[in-house]
Ligand binder design. Structure first.
Ligand code: DAH
Length: 343
């Protein structure tokens, strides 16, 4: 009888493990583990067996019952999983389109500017947005009573720190940490207490460049900015320098790109160009030759080295480039806006 039980067990487990669906598994459960199964019959007859046979048969039958039950449970779970997967995959439904993110227009613009400047040999440097007066003003040759400190309308923190008003802070941080030659750019967020309107925001982004070595000239600054302008705004772009004042450069200039919307003639679509207001030029940013006082504040030899620096707002360039007429749109996180740009 033990042999019969063993054979029964093997046959049962073999059939259970290859059952192809829940319905046939249920039939096997009835056949091998049901109330009328042979195994039940054997188990309920154990009492009538002889004293020698009883433990041997009892043990074999008990083992068979446990193994069959566990095989049934396991197979059931496996078949249920399969059934669920099959339910989940309805091949007749239309496919689900994967969601592809894209760059925010400011990120796209920044990446483009950084790429062009990197290709000209500038390395990328970073600096903190919460900085101190030394890096934001003093080291940049801006004395405590200088009107620029008011003009900037700085956000001061209680502990004497401030939110940087420009990325020029990074010039100082880089020069403090490395000797010349230096050729870096830095981009990032800046803050000023502006009244927010279509062209001003309290939070904005700048990109800054600094090149220091022996014999660096204003001509190289012009060449660098011309290349940048042509790569970003179009091949025909011209650059114009206007005299200006910045505490950290001498001489200082403001630079304009020729208007890429009206090709510089001030007229677009029959009327006056909306972007350059008919002037043919678009104001971009500030630049100049690094003031010797700035070199002294970071311990550079102001007799030996010269350098140029420039800085400008990224929003402004992006607005012209993408035809955006309100700076606030950049910061509203409205997907209907941001989805129109970037790759
Ligand atoms: N930091 C200036 C600003 O925020 C821009 C600027 C002007 C940066 C001249 C420079 C520079 O590096 O040389 O208005």
């Amino acid at each position: 009888m033990v042999r019969e039980i063993d054979e029964l067990r093997e046959a049962a487990i073999g059939a259970i493990n290859t059952a192809s669906d829940l319905k046939s598994l249920e039939e096997l459960r009835v056949l091998y583990a049901g109330r009328r199964s042979r195994l039940r019959e054997i188990l309920s007859g154990i009492g009538q067996l002889s004293a020698e046979e009883r433990p041997v048969v009892g043990q074999a039958a008990g083992k068979a019952q446990r193994e069959i039950d566990s095989a049934l449970d396991k197979r059931q779970l496996a078949l249920q999983d399969l059934a669920e997967q099959a339910d989940a995959l309805d091949v007749t439904l239309p496919g689900r389109r994967g969601h592809r993110g894209r760059k925010h227009p400011l990120t796209a613009m920044t990446d483009e500017l950084v790429d062009v400047l990197r290709s000209m040999g500038f390395a990328v440097a970073d600096g903190p947005e919460v900085d101190d007066e030394f890096h934001n003003f003093d080291a940049l040759n801006t004395p405590a009573d200088h009107p620029a400190r008011d003009e900037h309308d700085t956000f001061y923190l209680d502990d004497g720190h401030l939110l940087r008003t420009h990325t020029s802070t990074v010039q100082i941080r880089v020069m403090e940490n490395q000797p010349p030659p230096v050729r870096v750019i830095s981009q990032g967020r800046c803050y000023r207490k502006e009244t927010v309107d279509a062209t001003h925001h309290m939070v904005f982004h700048q990109i800054e460049g600094l090149y220091v070595d022996e014999g660096v000239s204003l001509a190289e600054l012009k060449g660098t900015l011309t290349t940048l302008g042509r790569q970003v705004m179009g091949d025909q772009t011209e650059i114009r320098f206007r005299p200006h004042f910045f505490p950290f450069t001498e001489p200082s200039v403001e630079f304009d790109f020729s208007c890429s919307i009206c090709s510089g003639d001030g007229h677009a679509g029959g009327g006056r160009c909306r972007v350059c207001k008919g002037t043919g030029w678009i104001e971009i940013g500030g630049a100049g030759m690094v003031d010797p006082n700035v070199f002294r504040s970071v311990g550079y030899d102001a007799e030996k080295y010269t350098g140029f620096a420039f800085g400008f707002g990224i929003e402004r360039v992006a607005m012209i480039r993408y035809g955006i007429d309100d700076i606030r749109l950049f910061f509203e996180s409205d997907l209907r806006f941001t989805r129109q740009f970037g790759g």
